[in-house]
Design a protein around this ligand. Structure first.
Ligand SMILES: Cc1cc2nc3c(=O)[nH]c(=O)nc-3n(C[C@H](O)[C@H](O)[C@H](O)COP(=O)(O)OP(=O)(O)OC[C@H]3O[C@@H](n4cnc5c(N)ncnc54)[C@H](O)[C@@H]3O)c2cc1C
Length: 387
């Protein structure tokens, strides 16, 4: 008989040696290289070029890109750990790295042909940022009602239309753009294209002035007779809906990791502050009322972490993870909002001003319930599995 211990599966939060090393190096990087910039990046809504270069040097911009193409040859779970650690210090940096890895690179590794992999992956691993363009002004939750049109012309396609809310648009060189080749075919006309910065007829439109994650760029994309060669179709023509659905299912786990990191960051700041701040002759952490609030937040964060790690590990094992991805995203985003709100409360007046870090995290938390499928859409996915 095997011993009961040998027969027990490992705890979800137990990290392997390479996972621990990665987590520690990103934690140290975030503390030393990002923390000093957070306030300025938020205030000016700018992502410094320098920081981008450092993220490439750190090796976190091509986590799942095979080593043969210049990437880290890692797993999806590695990306989750990286996004969590970066977001603990700045969720704007977290989302830039998240979109690069869990949407753009993920889609390319899965759907690109050998020529496309050879053309795009080395650049994405070393210096190029990617963006993922599905949403439009009239199609958000109902994403497949998109109107951007791709008409066949000669040996390629001409794209006409506009995309809205595109993360990383300011920094990106490679854009995965969803357009329909046949509006009458409904979702079966949707096709994914690899559009490159500088292609004729493609421009970046207005940049949004946002409530939170202000250093992450969010822009409109404009396509006016933009000519894209047939070689830049990602996956099969008319199968773009599959590319979108399957990539976003995984992307959601990345957003959960972003929100988990944010919540942990807010709790870290709050623990430090409550141990310093004195009222009634004691630190406020000495009041049981405060201790219970911190204990509840820590419990919720641990639950969010378990949901998120479980979904990511299921994905890496090739097991079904759709419901788990929706659950971790909705839960972690709600925990982030609650924890950041508690942080503001426990900082008192200092929670309400920009001089202290939690005001920003409170603003940043809101986006988790909106992008990559709103909370209602996550509930729809979970309910579908129940009924
Ligand atoms: C900062 C930011 C970054 C983004 N980055 C990207 C990006 O990189 N790429 C990209 O393609 N998109 C991106 N988006 C777009 C984002 O994914 C959409 O905003 C989101 O999917 C919601 O779409 P919508 O804004 O049109 O809201 P709507 O779909 O109009 O939803 C409005 C409300 O109606 C509810 N609702 C809608 N349908 C239903 C239903 N069937 N049942 C119940 N409730 C429903 C929603 O839950 C929501 O509360 C980004 C958005 C923001 C704000």
């Amino acid at each position: 008989m095997t011993s009961p211990v040998a027969d027990t599966a490992l705890p979800l939060t137990q990290l392997s040696e390479d996972e621990t090393l990665l987590q520690q190096s990103v934690r140290e990087f975030a503390r030393a290289q990002i923390r000093p910039l957070v306030r300025e990046m938020d205030e000016h809504a700018k992502f410094p070029k320098d920081l981008l270069t450092k993220l490439f040097d750190l090796g976190v911009m091509g986590i799942e890109i095979p080593e043969a193409h210049g990437g880290a040859g890692g797993r999806f779970f590695h990306a989750v750990l990286v996004v969590e650690e970066l977001s603990r210090v700045d969720p704007s940096v977290g989302v830039l790295v998240d979109v690069q890895n869990t949407l753009v690179i993920n889609a390319l590794v899965r759907w690109a042909n050998a020529e496309q992999k050879a053309k795009f992956l080395p650049g994405l691993a070393s210096k190029q940022v990617g963006a993922y363009a599905l949403s439009e002004a009239s199609s958000g939750s109902d994403a497949f009602a998109l109107q951007t049109r791709a008409k066949q012309s000669g040996d390629g396609y001409v794209i006409q239309g506009r995309k809205l809310w595109i993360t990383n648009a300011n920094e990106a060189d490679v854009f995965i753009v969803f357009a329909t080749v046949n509006p009458e075919a409904g979702y079966k006309g949707i096709t994914a294209f690899l559009v490159e910065r500088g292609m004729k007829g493609f421009t970046i439109g207005k940049k949004e002035d946002k409530l939170g994650i202000r250093a992450s760029s969010t822009c409109e994309l404009i396509f006016e007779d933009c000519q894209v060669p047939a070689a830049n179709v990602l996956g099969d023509v008319g199968k773009g809906y599959k590319v979108a659905i399957e990539t976003l299912n995984e992307g959601r786990i990345g957003i959960a990791a972003q929100m988990l990191g944010l919540a942990q960051g807010a709790l870290d700041h709050t623990i430090a502050y409550t141990k310093e701040r004195k009222q009634f002759g004691k630190t406020i952490a000495e009041f049981q009322g405060v201790q219970f609030q911190l204990a509840r937040a820590a419990t919720e964060i641990e639950a969010a972490r378990l949901l998120t790690y479980n979904a990511a590990r299921l994905r890496d094992l090739g097991r079904p993870f759709l419901t788990e991805a929706a659950m971790c995203k909705i839960f972690a985003s709600e925990v982030a909002e609650r924890t950041a709100s508690l942080a503001v409360n426990l900082f008192g007046g200092n929670g309400f001003v920009k001089e202290y870090p939690v005001e920003k995290l409170y603003r940043d938390a809101k986006i988790g319930q909106i992008y990559e499928g709103t909370s209602n859409l996550q509930l729809q996915t979970i309910a579908k599995n129940l009924l």
